[in-house]
Structures are given as C-alpha cells and as structure tokens.
Design a protein around this ligand. Structure first.
Ligand code: ZN
Length: 326
C-alpha cells in the first residue's frame, strides 16, 4: 500500500535487515538443536496447528487438560498469546500465535501457563521455529515526489502510524468475534502482495503488511467478523481506512476505501458493510488493502480465514477471483 522510503531510513533498514540476518544465522544452529516437541505438566497437552511457522504466519494452539480449566495464558517472543474457550468442553482452550512479518528466523519458546478450576497450576513449553517468508521484491524507479514525501506528509504519516500502534497496543480482554472469519469481499478467495518489499530507486521500503484483494470501485467491503469500529478516517498512506477490534488483541484493517460507511464506536456484525472499495491514499488503482494484527504482530489475514474459517470444501476449491461478483 505504501510508497514510503527516505534515503536515511532506507539505509537504516538495510543495516537492520542485515543485523537480523546475522543474528538469525548465528542463533539458528543452536536453536534448531533445541529439543523438538513440547513439555507439559502431567494431565495437560499442547497441540499446535503446524510444527513451524513462517514470518507473517499464524498458528492455532490448543491446550487440553484432564480437568476443567479456569484460566490459560501464553507468551511468545515478547507477545502474549490470546487464549479463549471455544466449546462446551471447559477442559480445553484455543489460542492464536501471530508471527510478525519481520520476526527474525530462528527458534522461540512458547510458554503457556494456567490454572485448573480446582486450583492446580498447569504449564507447557514448546519450541516454535520461524522460517523466513518467501516474499516478492519489486525494484521500481519512480519520480522523486513518490519517494520523498514532504516534511508535513512525513509528520502526518508518523502521527498516524503512532495512532495505529496505540490502537493495536490496547487489548480488549473480551472475545468479540464468534465463529468463522470471512474474506471481506464477496466472491474473492485469495489476495496478493503480503510481505512484498518495494525497493524504490534503490531504497528498500517497509514490507507490505497486508493482502491486496481485487475489487472494482464501489464494491461493498464487509467486516471479517463481529467487533467494534475503533478507527474510521482518512490516512495518508491507506486513504479512507477502517479498523475493527475483534477482541483479545485481534484487529482487522481495511484501506483505500472510496467511502466509509461506519463510525468509531459502532458495533458491527460479521459481513456488515464497512465501506466501499476505492483507490484513496497512496495507490495506483482500486483494490482493498486488508490487514490483520494479532497482539501487534502483522500477520497474513488469509491465514485467519483458513485457521478459524470456512469449511474445507469452500477453501480448497480455488477459483479465479472476479472483483465484485457474488
Ligand atoms: Zn496493500
């Protein structure tokens, strides 16, 4: 979505990226030798949807106990892992582990702790290896005005970035979503550009933190799940944007809208129309930019649809996506 890069920031990012690569390489041999599997207190088991994750990935974690559980919490790579009770069975909890797009590859320990209804402490630990994501890189030569925003534009973009950070830092303790997450455009089954890095006139910009969904201007944009609207305004890079808080640190972001049809404070149901597809902000054509953060980690939102989403029949049938079709 964004065309943001300045020479100094670009160089800093390159240095940072190289430092991450070096740190990852140095840690990898030791960390991959760490024992596989997980360890739990007796009577407790932990299951993760995949043994490893990729940058920008998402894992579904399940904790099962032989006794009813009162509370379960998790921590991974400095982030808490939200857990919730999903079924009638009070002996299990589900959790979502979001791997930020720029988490350095390597092994990280997931720590889960909790308590049974009878007061017994439970705990689990598991190694979660993060692999490097395979993201596209685009080299572009563009006019200076696209690469170098004015000082006022930079100030505005920085303030908006901070505003979003403050929103994503707030965690609503209650789970507001209920059931499956959906792709926000009818008839669209996949998106592109997640993690793509643009190199503008030789300077690497930030990676693309969401997916771009194809859609003609005016196509209704639907809430991926139930939640509360916490942002509905025009932003410098994302244009007309909406953020929905689904609770437990899970937020979805909708950008480049031609119009916004909700306001901050609105409680929306799954499928509610948040606005219409457009080309506002720093874009070249109409599409929906759809983002997901889980406890501040930028994650590919399509993975949430897969993990908590539709039936396998719906998801495995890959059809070409036609914008705006039902
Ligand atoms: Zn985008």
């Amino acid at each position: 979505m964004s065309l943001r890069a300045s020479t100094a920031a670009g160089k800093r990012r390159v240095r940072f990226a190289l430092a991450c690569v070096a740190a990852g390489a140095a840690l990898l041999p030791v960390r991959t030798m760490a024992k596989e599997g997980n360890a739990c207190t007796p009577g407790t088991a932990l299951h993760q949807s995949a043994p490893t994750a990729t940058q920008g990935g998402l894992l579904l974690i399940e904790v099962k106990s032989t006794k009813p559980l009162a509370e379960v919490s998790g921590e991974w790579e400095g982030r808490s892992v939200p857990f919730w009770r999903d079924s009638e069975d009070d002996r299990q909890r589900k959790g979502l582990l979001g791997v930020d797009l720029e988490t350095a590859p390597g092994g990280y320990e997931l720590k889960v702790k909790g308590q049974t209804a009878s007061g017994d402490k439970i705990s689990c630990s598991a190694q979660v290896a993060v692999r490097k994501g395979r993201f596209a890189t685009e080299n572009l030569q563009v006019g200076k005005q696209f690469v170098e925003p004015s000082p006022e534009q930079i100030k505005r973009a920085d303030e908006e970035r901070q505003k979003l950070r403050d929103i994503f830092d707030r965690v609503t303790r209650e789970r507001l979503w209920d059931g499956k997450f959906r792709i926000p455009l009818d008839g669209v089954t996949t998106g592109t550009n997640f993690g793509r890095r643009r190199i503008l006139n030789g300077n690497p910009g930030s990676p693309h933190g969401g997916v771009d969904l194809p859609g003609a201007t005016g196509t209704p944009v639907h809430a991926a799940q139930r939640g509360n609207v916490v942002l509905a305004e025009e932003l410098f890079f994302a244009g007309n944007a909406v953020v929905v808080d689904h609770g437990l640190g899970i937020y979805t972001f909708y950008g480049h809208l031609s119009e916004i049809d909700v306001k901050v404070g609105d409680a929306v149901e799954t499928g509610a129309v948040l606005g219409k597809v457009g080309a506002t902000g720093r874009v070249t054509g109409p599409h929906l930019h759809w983002g997901l953060t889980v406890e501040r980690a930028r994650v590919n939102p399509l993975l949430l649809v897969t993990l908590l989403g539709g039936s396998s029949g719906e998801r495995t049938r890959r059809k070409s996506s036609k914008p705006g079709t039902k």
